[in-house]
Write a new protein. Structure first.
Length: 451
C-alpha cells in the first residue's frame, strides 16, 4: 500500500511540474527533443557482493526542456548487475528492456556548471544467471518490475551544443521479483552511477557569454527600419492573413480600382430608400479609395526621402568610424541596401544570396549579424520556419549585435508557427528578462499571454 502511495505521489509530481500545453505542442515535443545523449552506467544492487561491485551498462537518452529550471529526461539502454566490479564470478543479471522517465530541476540553469536534482520512475525486465560451483549457469527470468528514482547530478556545458553529464541515482524497486540475485524475498535497492555527453538540437545563447546591446547609429537605424517588416500577430502575416488582405484591398493597383468603379457604375439601384443608401455607400467607398491612394503616394515620397537622408547620414558615420567592427568596405553599403530592397519586394531567394555573400566575405563587419538576421526574416517570410529559427539562433551566437532582441522575438514567433509553445515561451521570456527596455518586450508579453 505504501509503494502504491509513493508511486501516486511521484506521478502527481511529474504532472504538476509539466506546464499545460496543447495536444499539438505535446505531439511536436515528443518527436523533437531539445537534447539527445548517451553515456556509460555502473549498477550496484544492495546485499550482492562488496560495496564496490557493479555491472557495466550503456544508456541513451532524450531531454525536453520545460523551462530554465525544469526538464524531463527519458532514457533507455542496457544495464547489468554483477557480484564484482565490471565483471562477474558467480552471479550476474541483465536489465533489458529498461525505460526511465525522470523530472529534473537545474539549480544554476544559466551557468556553464550546473548541479541538478532528479526524481522519476523506472520499468525494466530482468534475467539472472548464476554459476554455482563452477557448473553450468542457471538462468532465471525474464521478470518485470519497476521502481522509484531519486538522484543528483551535474552538467558542464562545453559550448552551446555539447554538454558533459554525470549523475548518481538511488532506485527503490517496488517488488521482490527484482531480487533474484540475492536469493530471498527482500526488496532490492539499486545504486546507479552515470557519465556521458549530450548534444543540443536547439542551441541557445549561454548566459555565461558576454551579452551587450550596443547602440545603433542613426543612419543604420533609419536604413534598417526603412525596410523592416514589423513582427505581427500569428495568423496575420503573409498574403493569406486577414490583415494583409485588408491592406491589399486598400492599396490595390489602379487598374483594379478602375475595373471596380466600372462594375459599380453599371449597377442600377432601384429608386427606393434602400437603393439610395446603397448608392451612397458606393460613393463613400470610391472616396475612401481615392484618399488611400493619396496616402500611399505620400508614404512612398516619405520613404524615398528617408532613404536619401540615410545615405547621407551613413556617409558621415563612416568617416567618424563605426561603433564596433570593421567599417564599410567598398561596395558593402550598396549591396546591403540592394538585399534589403529585394526583401522589401519579396524576392527572398535573391536577398538571401546577397546577405550570405556579404556575411561570408565580411564576417567582422559591424552589420554582419544584421545580414544573418535578415536571412532569417527571408526564411520566415517564405514560411520555412525551421531554417528561420536556425538563422535567428545564429544571430545570438555573435558576441555583439544590434539584433539580439529582434532575433529572440522572431524565434518565438517561428516556434509558435510550428506549434512548439514551450520553445516559443522560452524565447519570449528570454527577451523580456534580457532586454526589458526593448520595443518588442510588450509584444513578447502579449504573445506569452496567448500561450
Amino acid at each position: 500500500m505504501n509503494m502504491k502511495r509513493a508511486t501516486t505521489v511521484l506521478v502527481l509530481a511529474l504532472a504538476i511540474a509539466v506546464p499545460s500545453v496543447s495536444a499539438q505542442g505535446i505531439f511536436y515535443s515528443i518527436f523533437h527533443p531539445d537534447e539527445v545523449g548517451a553515456g556509460f552506467t555502473v549498477t550496484h544492487q544492495s546485499r550482492l557482493g562488496p560495496v564496490t561491485a557493479g555491472g557495466p551498462g550503456i544508456e541513451f537518452m532524450a531531454s525536453y526542456r520545460l523551462s530554465n529550471n525544469f526538464f524531463i529526461n527519458a532514457g533507455t539502454g542496457l544495464y547489468t548487475i554483477t557480484d564484482e566490479l565490471l565483471t562477474s564470478s558467480v552471479t550476474s543479471a541483465t536489465l533489458l528492456p529498461i525505460l526511465d522517465i525522470r523530472l529534473g530541476y537545474r539549480l544554476l540553469p544559466d551557468k556553464k556548471f550546473s548541479p541538478y536534482l532528479l526524481t522519476g520512475l523506472t520499468a525494466f525486465g530482468l534475467k539472472s544467471s548464476q554459476a554455482i560451483g563452477g557448473g553450468v549457469p542457471v538462468v532465471q527470468g525474464p521478470f518485470f518490475d519497476g521502481g522509484a528514482i531519486i538522484g543528483l547530478g551535474f552538467e558542464y556545458r562545453l559550448n552551446h551544443q555539447w554538454t558533459l553529464l554525470a549523475s548518481g541515482e538511488y532506485r527503490y524497486i517496488f517488488t521482490a521479483s527484482g531480487n533474484l540475485l540475492a536469493g530471498d524475498n527482500t526488496i532490492p535497492q539499486h545504486y546507479v552511477a552515470k557519465a556521458g555527453v549530450s548534444y543540443s538540437l536547439n542551441p541557445r545563447l549561454l548566459a555565461a557569454r558576454e551579452e551587450i546591446e550596443y547602440p545603433l547609429g542613426e543612419s543604420e537605424l533609419v536604413l534598417d527600419d526603412l525596410f523592416r517588416e514589423e513582427p505581427s500577430r500569428i495568423g496575420k502575416r503573409e498574403s493569406a492573413s486577414e490583415e494583409e488582405d485588408a491592406l491589399a484591398m486598400l492599396f490595390r493597383p489602379e487598374s483594379e480600382h478602375s475595373s471596380y468603379k466600372e462594375s459599380t457604375a453599371a449597377v442600377q439601384y432601384p429608386d427606393t430608400e434602400v437603393g439610395l443608401l446603397m448608392r451612397k455607400v458606393d460613393e463613400m467607398k470610391d472616396l475612401i479609395r481615392e484618399r488611400n491612394e493619396t496616402i500611399q503616394n505620400l508614404k512612398d515620397q516619405v520613404r524615398a526621402n528617408e532613404k536619401a537622408i540615410a545615405e547621407i547620414s551613413r556617409g558621415s558615420a563612416d568617416l567618424a568610424a563605426g561603433s564596433f567592427g570593421v567599417s564599410d568596405p567598398k561596395g558593402f553599403k550598396e549591396r546591403y541596401e540592394s538585399a534589403l530592397q529585394l526583401f522589401y519586394k519579396k524576392n527572398y531567394q535573391q536577398s538571401i544570396s546577397i546577405f550570405q555573400n556579404l556575411l561570408s566575405t565580411n564576417p567582422d563587419h559591424r552589420l554582419a549579424s544584421n545580414c544573418q538576421y535578415w536571412i532569417g526574416e527571408c526564411y520566415y517570410a517564405m514560411r520555412d520556419y525551421r531554417r528561420a529559427i536556425n538563422a535567428f539562433q545564429e544571430v545570438l551566437n555573435f558576441r555583439r549585435s544590434y539584433k539580439f532582441d529582434d532575433a529572440l522575438i522572431m524565434s518565438g514567433l517561428s516556434y509558435m508557427r510550428l506549434g512548439n509553445s514551450i520553445m516559443a515561451r522560452e524565447n519570449f521570456q528570454q527577451l523580456i528578462s534580457r532586454f526589458p527596455e526593448s520595443e518588442y518586450t510588450p509584444k513578447a508579453m502579449r504573445y506569452l499571454s496567448q500561450l
